[in-house]
Design a protein around this ligand. Structure first.
Ligand SMILES: N[C@@H](CCC(=O)N[C@@H](CSS)C(=O)NCC(=O)O)C(=O)O
Ligand SMILES: [Fe+2]
Length: 291
């Protein structure tokens, strides 16, 4: 059994404390977090009767073709919510939607350090100071909270499980939905740029590696149930959602063997993103994140 110091985020059954962050001592780490989670699930009156409590919106920023995702626990009294991959240019739209839907935004999360647009996480924090920014520890970027593989980010009774999917960048992660005994069916995987619909993220900068990306997708995404919905960070062809099973069969890059995949990735001949020189340094500090 591996015990380590980690930043864990989880809900409790108290409406006023829908998220908490603990740095427990190694010996108390596992039993403590498990019992908290079980307490939350078993005391929830909705656990058996209301399987569809996830509020979900897919939002689009057209200049960078970026998807931002809004998720919330709609049955929780405070409707805690999070945004995945917000873009600076569409922060006002996203926050207006949060307000209209009566949600309480608690986290602004990135799948990786983006190279093509400035993240909205820093700007969101200036407008909603209680919001915590989250990124993977492996990204080496600044944020309020850092996640590692296996961590769970709770918002109400729902969580995102963190899976390491490096290859597009070193610190790329995929977030997979779950809610304990009341498992959301089907699961949703927010794959960032690791897996795009019928494509994948490029591997020619930011510590990219086609070898790593192939292994990441095959071991961390293609092992999920085939009906898992795939929601990427970008789409350039008009797609909005796919499934793991569909991508395993029809992804023109990742359905191939590793050597063919590496050859494809070596010959993409894409020009660098127009905003790369501005976006990467800015996103290393979460857009406007204070250092
Ligand atoms: N033309 C766009 C950048 C397009 C691009 O490079 N997209 C990235 C994801 S954003 S880091 C990518 O990995 N694309 C893979 C592909 O196959 O298209 C711009 O100038 O911003
Ligand atoms: Fe990217």
């Amino acid at each position: 059994m591996m015990l380590s110091f980690r930043c864990f985020l989880f809900s409790t059954s108290s409406p006023s404390s829908y998220f908490s962050i603990f740095l427990p001592k190694p010996h108390s780490f596992l039993p403590f977090t498990f019992s908290q989670k079980l307490g939350s699930y078993t005391t929830s009156s909705s656990a058996q009767s209301m399987p569809s409590k996830l509020l979900f919106r897919q939002l689009f920023e057209k200049e960078s073709s970026t998807y931002t995702y809004l998720l919330a626990d709609a049955l929780h009294p405070e409707k805690p919510a999070l945004l995945i991959d917000p873009v600076d240019k569409t922060v006002d739209r996203d926050l207006a939607l949060v307000k209209e839907l009566g949600l309480k935004l608690v986290y602004a999360i990135n799948t990786h350090v983006h190279a093509d647009h400035v993240t909205g996480t820093g700007l969101i924090k200036t407008k909603v100071p209680d919001v915590k920014s989250i990124i993977s520890k492996a990204s080496n970027a600044k944020a309020d909270l850092f996640v590692e593989p296996g961590d769970k980010i709770y918002f109400g009774d729902i969580f995102l499980e963190v899976r390491a999917t490096p290859g597009h960048t070193l610190g790329c992660v995929t977030y997979v939905t779950g809610d304990g005994p009341n498992q959301l069916q089907p699961r949703m995987a927010f794959t960032g740029d690791a897996l795009l619909i019928r494509g994948c993220g490029r591997t020619d900068f930011q510590g990219g590696s086609s070898d790593k990306l192939y292994d990441s997708v095959h071991s961390q995404i293609f092992t999920l149930p085939k009906d898992t919905l795939v929601y990427p960070a970008h789409d350039y062809k008009g797609f909005t959602v796919s499934t793991v099973g569909e991508e395993m069969l029809y992804n023109p890059r990742l359905s191939k063997d590793k050597e063919t995949f590496k050859n494809i990735m070596q010959n993409l001949n894409l020009s660098y993103p127009k905003m790369m020189d501005v976006a990467v340094p800015s996103n290393m500090v979460c857009g406007l994140q204070e250092t």
